[in-house]
Design a protein around this ligand. Structure first.
Ligand code: MRU
Length: 347
């Protein structure tokens, strides 16, 4: 089952806001609605929003009224701007939109029908590749997991955060498929509870043993020696190995280092932004304060209490043991080895 797919001329997505209580799907035939679904987190997770936006471009191409290819491309450029603005931190969004746009533009002397089919083919390819990439990361990453380990995991990085399989949770899935026996501690991941709701839902289906822990408990389990490895995803990784990921990741990395526990982000190369020298340049999304005041509509504090709600943080590369990519595991110096990973030249 794919998180995001193309179904009868529409983008189909699992409505992740309803999980774990209900598995339901929404179909979109308007690119602006696709952008809103990304902003509202119907679909979330860096590779999943990239694939959703790529299919959003295919929707836009169907919506574009003009029979004239250059006007059609102008419409697609506007759609690209809207889709890329849906969420700022995950670089996969812009990467995927630019990739399909470029494919469409290369057809500019052809008919609108050619542009449409090129864009849809490219979007399908992004979705299909994502699964293969995750499985490759799974194979590399599974070597980091030993029988008897307890793994600490943050947010949701699974099939739901991608097209299928997952990044850090994909590594966990691969290790399980290899017959390894281990336990997973899932940070609940306030305020949207992606760990408690989504990662737990996925691990339950796989029969992988887990416990959900309050975010504040992670330090305790690291200090008392239970945790053997920390696995997380990333929404954007800078050229020097600074890793932007779900808020709370930075604290985990610091406590992991304090306790001598390896900390590995699992990161497809589409999430590596070689244009950014350091993580300081990564835009950090601030989301609505009501996500903290009233998670999923249940008020826990009054409306007029002031709140800050950054959705991501940046972990400086000095806390990162290694970065698992589909081309191998990059170790320091990241400035050199991430470039090699992107070029497929990690030895
Ligand atoms: O705000 P979200 O739920 O989209 O954040 C998701 C994460 O932070 C994931 O760890 C990240 O996208 C990488 S995993 C595919």
């Amino acid at each position: 089952m794919r998180t995001v797919s193309w179904h009868e001329g529409k983008v189909r997505m699992i409505d992740q806001r309803q999980l774990p209580w209900e598995l339901s799907f929404l179909d979109f035939d308007d690119y602006r609605a696709v952008a809103s679904a990304i902003t509202d987190m119907v679909v979330r997770g860096a590779p999943a929003i990239g694939a959703a936006a790529a299919f959003g471009m295919a929707v836009a191409s169907n919506q574009a009224p003009s029979p004239n290819p250059s006007e059609h491309l102008r419409f697609l450029n506007e759609a690209a701007t809207t889709l890329k603005a849906a969420r700022p931190t995950a670089v996969n969004l812009a990467w995927a939109v630019d990739r399909v746009l470029l494919a469409g533009q290369s057809q500019k002397f052809q008919s609108v029908d050619d542009i449409r089919s090129t864009i849809l083919t490219e979007a399908q390819q992004i979705a299909d590749e994502d699964i293969l990439i995750n499985k490759r990361m799974g194979e590399y990453g599974a070597s980091l997991i030993q029988d008897g380990d307890t793994i600490l995991h943050h947010c949701n990085t699974g099939a739901l955060a991608t097209v299928d399989w997952g990044t850090a949770l994909g590594v966990i899935r691969s290790a399980h498929a290899q017959g390894k026996r281990f336990h997973v501690l899932l940070d609940e991941t306030r305020p949207r509870l992606q760990g408690a709701r989504l990662s737990a839902w996925e691990l339950k289906q796989e029969n992988i043993p887990f416990d959900i822990i309050a975010d504040n408990a992670a330090g305790h389990f690291m200090r008392t020696g239970e945790v053997k490895v920390v696995l997380v995803g990333s929404d954007r990784t800078a050229a020097n190995g600074d890793v932007a990921n779900k808020i709370g990741t930075y604290k985990l990395a610091v406590v992991a280092r304090e306790n001598g526990i390896p900390f590995y982000p699992v990161v497809p190369t589409s999430t590596i932004d070689l244009n950014l020298p350091t993580g300081d340049e990564i835009p950090i999304e601030e989301r609505h304060p009501d996500e903290v005041r009233a998670p999923f509509g249940h008020a826990i504090i009054p409306d007029d209490y002031p709140v800050r709600n950054p959705a991501f943080d940046v972990t400086p590369h000095r806390y990162v043991t290694g970065i698992v990519t589909e081309n191998g595991i990059a170790y320091p110096p990241f400035v050199l080895n991430l470039r090699r990973a992107v070029a497929g030249e990690l030895s």
